[in-house]
Ligand binder design. Structure first.
Ligand SMILES: Nc1ncnc2c1ncn2[C@@H]1O[C@H](COP(=O)(O)OP(=O)(O)OP(=O)(O)O)[C@@H](O)[C@H]1O
Ligand SMILES: [Mg+2]
Length: 795
């Protein structure tokens, strides 16, 4: 084993740098894994199925580079798919080789590109304070553009245009090239939209997500001296989840590596699930062709899952034709059988999941934090959420209305963005009259007209609002105050910490007090979200300060930028969906994770529920008639199954509401692809088949099959009949979901117990039935509670 450490030194380090590497760097790795960690050579491709240790190898390889090959942390750039994965990788390397690991670049493609563009903004033709537009900003901008071009929103919805522009950018096609080649009215409309959209971005000194990559590629291609600097700097480029890189990212890697760098990529073509974002499986299938001198290592032992789980995964993915066959085995034994369940409705499915999680916790020692529930689309989370609240099961939704997509969070960030960049039209307009300050649509239109007449940005036009024809004096005054507010905050941002500027923005703008004074019970959550955002800013500052301390220790002060509002915004803009996984529960006793299959990539859990296994749910409706898309859905199934370590549950619902209408979906075709001996079905068919001859099989929400479920939701005789069978009071029924719960009826003065907030006294009650709310004094706080959702009991 020691021989493995005696690798020839590629550089001539000072004697003091030849610390003996910690022996545990290679301990526990199998043969091919060790080869992958220690391999020296320009191009290394590690292809392997799920759970075979790709990410672990990449992490160990970095540690090995630092410890055994005397590579300086500054010479390493590692790319991960999410910021969370980047953080984890950095932590793990730091654990192996110490704090100096913090000086490496470990980040997503987007974060790395922002860093490069900030540093090279002159060469890239950018202002140093450029803004970053996320998907929602891009869509809003595209909406403005489409309106300006008078494009028919039915034929050319902004969302579709934005997606197509994104695809073009991922293929590195710029507006000029696309316009020159555009044929037919649809392409010409897209070309016009792309051109104007890009112009508006430039006017606002903003880049969208896809620009970040494309601009760096252009920068490196058009400035050989800049490219050379980065190539000399990053001697080692490492990429995780390589199968999901798109063309632009692929070109970027090639540019960074040049003719001399060492590139190591790891991936699994069977887990390529982002074709809709322009990821191309071609990158990995043809890596060897593009890089003929690349060395390939295969990993075949899976360390994550039982053989049962692995066999299920292999059987499903084996149906795909466009793939290289591979062998993946586990020595963990067969383990538990997969457990299957057919529920009557999506509510019953969620009920079963919740009960089983409870049972696992009570009798099998599986903690809620060990469990993940996966579904195909975000909207499916709601039913699970309601059920988990009812069961008092702690959970966290990853995705859905994500924290950073909530209105108040976006508003608050818009203030900061406007502070950093005076020309950021989208964000300035977002907060112009939020909170209401008497600047109406008319005044906004006047300023807009002035901006386009004078060919200045909207922000600049605000400063000259009094020149705008037709604008009222009242609006001019209000605009004046708004501009002063932004100027004050801007001055403050020069010296104050990001969290201080954020708090000042929320207070001085009146935003916070407007929410606080509101009687809308939902607003309470908004204040909490804003508090949370301030904490996020504080954490960012603390992290930045810690890195400065390390850099100073290492005598490398340039490696760590000070905390700024712009830096904070950058971090926030780059937070991808999968980053919403909570860290607030470090010892993992805590919460069940609910997430879509797409966000599950790279993760693992002792117990996994794969739900909604119905044709047209999963595989998704859209994909069923297209072979390529169906193969991508199957890869998604493979990703889902292979997240499980010991226990895998699969379930489907016979009826499920879609667009408010109940629909029957046949079992997912992926279920048939599982070897039957691997699955123990706890329940195989619907309970009330006599109501309809078709329960459990085909039919898609039409004709007779619908009538049965419709009777579930109204106060019909059938509902009464059903209620009687379930022992419920039929007069209380109004929706299917209410079959599942009782809403406590409360009066002022009642004493209650809430699972999270404890004992309280009811101060006020409003609304009835599903809309019933109560204001409760819990001692420490007074809250409005929506009773339908609340784990609350009357005492
Ligand atoms: N040699 C080994 N000995 C013991 N455990 C290992 C070994 N290699 C990997 N593991 C463990 O196996 C699990 C899967 O590893 P890892 O996440 O690196 O796999 P992966 O190939 O990146 O999976 P995915 O394709 O899902 O991203 C992890 O818990 C990891 O710690
Ligand atoms: Mg991995």
């Amino acid at each position: 084993m020691h021989a493995l450490f005696e690798v020839p030194q590629s550089r001539s380090p000072e004697p003091s740098a030849q610390r003996p590497p910690k022996p545990d760097l290679l301990a526990g790795l199998n043969g091919p894994q060790r080869d992958a960690v220690t391999h020296e050579g320009r191009l290394l491709l590690i292809v392997a199925g799920a759970g075979s240790g790709k990410t672990r190898v990449l992490t160990s390889r970095i540690a090995y580079l630092l410890a055994a090959r005397n590579v300086h942390p500054g010479e390493i750039i590692a790319i991960t798919f999410t910021n969370k994965a980047a953080g984890e990788m950095k932590e793990r390397v730091a654990r192996l080789v110490g704090n100096r690991a913090r000086l490496m670049w470990v980040s997503t493609f987007h974060s790395a590109c922002v860093r490069i563009l900030r540093a090279e903004h002159d060469h890239a033709g950018l202002k140093s304070t450029f803004s970053i537009y996320d998907a929602d900003d891009s869509r809003r901008l595209m909406q403005l553009v489409a309106r300006e071009l008078d494009l028919d929103p039915k034929r050319y919805p902004a969302r579709g245009l934005a997606a197509q522009v994104s695809n073009l950018k991922n293929e590195l096609v710029d507006p000029e090239a696309f316009a020159a080649a555009a044929k037919g009215p649809a392409e010409r409309a897209l070309a016009e939209a792309y051109t104007l959209y890009q112009q508006r971005l430039t006017d606002a000194h903003a880049l969208d997500f896809d620009d970040l990559i494309m601009r760096v590629v252009h920068l490196l291609q058009s400035h050989p001296e800049v490219a050379e600097t980065y190539r000399r700097r990053f001697r080692h480029v490492l990429v995780d989840e390589y199968q999901d890189t798109n063309h632009a990212q692929y070109v970027l890697i090639k540019e960074l590596v040049g003719d001399t760098g060492e590139l190591c990529v790891v991936g699994d073509a069977d887990q390529s699930i982002y074709a809709f974002r322009g990821a191309t499986i071609r990158n990995i299938l043809e890596f060897e062709r593009d890089f003929p001198d690349a060395h390939t290592i295969l990993l075949e032992q899976n360390y994550r899952s039982t053989q049962t789980i692995l066999s299920a995964a292999n059987a499903v993915i084996g149906r795909n034709t466009e793939r290289k066959p591979k062998r993946l085995w586990s020595d963990q034994g067969a383990g538990e059988q997969i457990v299957g369940y057919v529920a009557d409705t999506e509510h019953a499915e969620a009920d079963w999941v919740a009960r089983e999680i409870d049972r696992l916790a009570d009798t099998e020692g599986v903690r809620p934090g060990d469990v993940a529930v996966f579904y195909r689309t975000n909207a499916q989370s709601r039913v699970f959420e309601e059920m988990f609240i009812r069961f008092g099961l702690p959970y966290k939704v990853v995705g859905g209305v994500r924290f950073y997509e909530r209105k108040e969070v976006r508003d608050a960030l818009a203030y900061l963005r406007a502070v950093v960049n005076d020309d950021d039209t989208v964000n300035i307009r977002r907060i112009l009259n939020t909170p209401r300050r008497g600047i109406g649509d008319r005044a906004e239109a006047c300023v807009e007209a002035l901006a386009s007449r004078e060919r200045i940005s909207f922000g600049a036009a605000l400063r000259r609002a009094s020149e705008a024809p037709g604008i009222s004096t009242r609006a001019v005054n209000a605009i004046g105050e708004f501009v002063t507010l932004l100027d004050e905050l801007r001055a403050m941002a020069e010296t104050a910490l990001p969290e201080e500027v954020l708090e000042a923005a929320l207070e001085r703008s009146g935003y916070l007090s407007e929410i606080e004074e509101s009687t809308d019970p939902q607003e309470a959550g908004r204040v909490e979200n804003l508090q949370e955002l301030v904490s996020v800013a504080r954490e960012y500052t603390e992290r930045a300060e810690a890195t400065i301390a390390v850099a100073a220790e290492q005598g490398d002060a340039t490696a760590a930028p000070p905390p700024t509002v712009a830096g904070f915004l950058e971090q926030v803009s780059l937070v991808a969906d999968a980053d919403q996984i909570p860290d607030d529960d470090p010892d993992h006793t805590g919460v069940v994770t609910l997430m879509t299959l797409h966000t599950a990539k790279g993760l693992e859990f002792p117990a996994v529920f794969l739900t909604g296994l119905e044709d047209s749910v999963f595989p998704h409706q859209r994909s069923m008639s297209d072979k390529k898309e169906l193969e991508e859905e199957r890869r998604l199934a493979y990703v889902g199954i292979t997240r499980a370590r010991q226990r895998l549950y699969i379930s489907r619902a016979v009826t499920r509401s879609a667009w408010g209408q109940p629909a029957y979906n046949p079992p997912s075709r992926f279920l048939e692809e599982l070897p039957p001996e691997l699955v123990r079905w706890e329940r195989t068919e619907a309970a009330y088949t006599s109501w309809s001859g078709r329960a459990g099989v085909g039919g898609r929400g039409s004709g007779t099959s619908q009538s049965r479920t419709s009777s579930f939701v109204g106060n019909t005789p059938k509902a009464a009949q059903l209620a009687a069978r379930l022992g419920l009071d039929a007069s209380k029924l109004s929706t299917a979901s209410e079959l599942q719960r009782d809403i406590p009826s409360l009066a002022v003065g009642d004493r209650v117990n809430h699972q999270r907030y404890g004992l309280g006294r009811v101060l006020a009650v409003e609304g009835q039935g599903v809309r019933a709310q109560a204001q409760v004094d819990f001692g420490e706080q007074v809250m409005w509670i929506v009773l339908r959702h609340a784990p609350i009991d009357k005492l």
